[in-house]
Design a protein around this ligand. Structure first.
Ligand SMILES: Cc1ncc(C[n+]2csc(CCOP(=O)(O)OP(=O)(O)O)c2C)c(N)n1
Ligand SMILES: [Mg+2]
Length: 392
């Protein structure tokens, strides 16, 4: 992927595949035969779609960061370095719009929105708070039922209970649909998250909870708010199924979620997946300096070597699959062809995100009418004219 010196984490600016890290990447996807089988089944096209998803997420974040620098918006919450924890799982779901699986993304999981089908322009409009933004300027958290995305609110932990509710609804309706959300390491400490976990476990709901351990909650390091050894045991402690995955390895994330979805659809949910990853920037764009002081240079360097886009791209380029023909080959034999395939994807996604940013900015002058703040809320529903399809 092209580097953006002004926006990328410094560790990525000069990134090249580290042999030891790439070995770990391969081991992670070969370790479990169940997961290895699911990855082997991914066609060349689906592998490229996953790559496009990772790029779209990072480029969306870069577009926001550029707007912050230009003074268009005051700050932005980014998922830099954590993209695989969002993109892999979404690609393992049945994405059927209003009739498919449902996701509840937190702000760190913005990439789930575009991979569920929401146009990037709409996501960016959410930040601009314009009249044409998905929630008409109310909040930068966006979603849409037509895409199967529950619009989050900023209170961390609240979504876990809503997603358990979706699971209960799907069960009662007798569908095979499932609901998935991400719970940050910090958010696991919110009381309602425990209630959601317990309800889902006791009712065996079709829900996947991904504990996204990025080692930090705002300015608090993991060990200051969490005394246990990680989150891998969490599912078992609630009497449910659980497993860890490598949060920087998009294929491991995909395979673990694909496996979990099967369990949920068989009526044996919920599944708790524990992802280990790292926040390569600040909590948002305002505290990058403080975030750099919270962890050592070595910690940033070590996680930087595991950049999810760099690693997956390098794995694809030197892999056993010719991405143009879909044919198996000797590792590295299709290097040139595969590089060209990735470059083509990147050119397309870059153009998509750049056009989306321009499109969103074009609506900047149209801010919502102040009176509209009381429309479309409980007290005035449904007189405000919103359609049933927009309702959550
Ligand atoms: C109930 C609640 N308390 C506090 C906050 C302020 N806050 C926003 S994000 C955050 C940290 C969340 O940490 P974590 O769950 O690990 O998610 P991360 O930001 O690391 O992705 C806090 C304390 C909030 N939004 N909601
Ligand atoms: Mg965190």
């Amino acid at each position: 992927m092209r580097r953006y010196h002004a926006f990328d984490p410094p560790e990525y600016v000069d990134w090249s595949p580290d042999p030891e890290t790439m070995l770990e990447f391969s081991r992670a996807i070969e370790r479990d035969p169940e997961r290895a089988r699911r990855i082997a089944d991914l066609t060349a096209q689906r592998r490229l779609e996953i790559y496009a998803g990772l790029l779209r997420f990072r480029l969306h974040d870069i577009a926001l960061k550029r707007w912050v620098r230009q003074g268009v918006i005051s700050k932005a919450w980014l998922g830099t370095g954590e993209e695989a924890t969002t993109i892999g799982p979404v690609h393992a779901l049945e994405r059927g719009g209003p009739n498919g699986d449902v996701v509840g993304p937190m702000i760190r999981n913005a990439g789930a929105c575009h991979e569920m089908g929401m146009p990037v322009a709409d996501m960016l409009r959410g930040y601009l708070a314009t009249e044409d933004s998905p929630n008409r300027g109310r909040d930068l958290h966006v979603g849409g039922r037509r895409y199967g995305i529950v619009t989050p609110i900023s209170m961390v932990g609240a979504l876990a209970a809503v997603i358990a509710g979706y699971g209960l609804g799907f069960r009662k309706l007798g569908t095979k649909r499932l609901a998935l959300t991400w719970v940050g390491d910090g958010a696991t400490k919110a009381g309602e998250v425990h209630e959601a976990f317990n309800l889902a476990a006791t009712q065996r709901l079709p829900v996947i909870f991904i504990i996204q351990n990025n080692q930090v909650a705002l300015g608090t390091r993991l060990e200051e708010h969490h005394a246990a050894d990680g989150f891998a045991e969490l599912g078992r402690l609630y009497g449910a199924t659980g497993a860890p995955f490598d949060g920087n390895n998009v294929l491991d994330a995909y395979a673990a979620t694909h496996w979990a979805a099967e369990i949920c659809r068989a009526g044996e949910g919920p599944v708790f997946l524990a992802a280990e990853t790292f926040r390569m920037s600040g909590h948002a764009t305002h505290d990058e300096k403080e975030a750099r002081e919270l962890f050592s240079e070595e910690e940033f360097a070590s996680w930087g070597r595991r950049d999810p886009i760099g690693c997956y791209g390098a794995w694809l380029v030197n892999g056993r699959l010719n991405l143009e023909t879909g044919a198996q080959c000797e590792p590295g034999a299709a290097t040139g062809v595969n590089s060209a395939a990735l470059e083509e994807v990147e050119a397309r996604v870059t153009e998509e995100v750049e056009s989306a940013a321009a499109e969103a900015l074009a609506g900047r002058a149209r801010m919502p009418r102040p009176e509209s703040a009381v429309e479309g809320v409980y007290g005035t529903w449904p007189e405000s004219g919103r359609q049933e399809k927009d309702r959550f």
